[in-house]
Design a protein around this ligand. Sequence first.
Ligand code: NAP
Ligand code: ZN
Ligand code: ZN
Length: 352
Amino acid sequence: MSKTVSAYAAPTAWGSDAPLTKTTIERRDVGPHDVAFDIKFAGICHSDIHTVAAEWGRPNFPVVPGHEIAGVVTEVGSEVTRYKVGDHVGVGCFIDSCRECENCEAGLQQYCTGDYGMHGTYNSTERDGSPTYGGYSTAIVVDENYVLRIPDSIPLDKAAPLLCAGITLYSPLRNWNAGPGKEIAVVGLGGLGHMGVKIAHAMGAHVTVLSQSLKKMEDGLRLGADEYYATSDPDTFTKLRNRFDLILNTVSANLNLGAYLRLLKVDGTLVELGMPEHAMEVPPMPLAGMRRSLSGSMIGGIPETQEMLDFCAEKGITPEIEVIEASYVNEAYQRVLASDVRYRFVIDASTI
Ligand code: NAP
Ligand code: ZN
Ligand code: ZN
């Protein structure tokens, strides 16, 4: 039977006078291929804020954000083989895709090119056209092919942020072959950035953090960074010139890309992971000068997300989190906007 569950939603464009508020939503009947689970924890990603603040265009309100979801299976459909009641599972940024284009076939569902396309966990639609609602809620029903298995050794509150922040950094680190001998810079020590430091360190790379100030330096070094610099200090950009093989930019605001491109060595790549509201200028000189590349990367596919979860379990990598009650969500958003997050807020769904 379809089920009414509690949730937090943005009824209209979010702002200090238009907060997320408590509401109820419907979850569909459990179909033959579906997994239903009780949400235990949901991470707060900066993309949730970009979306509800209508910075990426006007979403379909009400929006129930949340695409870092971890919970416990309560019911499975008759055809489900991979999961059973009681299993620890997660859902990330998408709940469906066309399943037949070459990218879906290759496990790169996030880059689905089929007519049906990748369907987001929120602000998108289910197969029947009804809206998708995300993880700031108490339960969800998702096709088993888009559900991840959370290894037993990772507690559910710490597993949640891996479903977006974790995979968004793991995927480019793997794609650009992070490992021993590689010089990697992570720009921005927030939710994404701190996972990048931990994962790149575990892969054996030399890791440098480029943060706005040195306020979080002690944390950065503890999390696995070898070096730490403030981007507010102009010397940083002369000292580190031509230094990196790979720069992962996780900043949620516009940067002077030219200044960062100049920090790459010949054939180095700057990967854009942050998704600020406005376009950034790309000066041609620093690109051409050292045959540098500018690229981007978006989350990861289902197989790679599972690989990342298993990698984190094996290496003992978990995010640094601050578990909050749902009623604190609007304040948490303000703190994320002020770069005052250490390093991911996670909503305890039992408080919704
Ligand atoms: P976050 O926790 O807010 O971290 C962003 C960090 O960027 C901040 O902690 C801060 O680090 C730095 N920063 C913020 N404003 C800045 C400014 N004006 N100038 C310079 N640095 C600034 O956000 P997040 O959840 O990690 O997400 C980061 C971005 O990635 C967002 O735009 C989000 O939408 C995007 N995202 C992309 C993907 C993808 O698939 N590509 C997935 C998830 C999220 P310091 O204090 O260290 O400077
Ligand atoms: Zn996200
Ligand atoms: Zn597809």
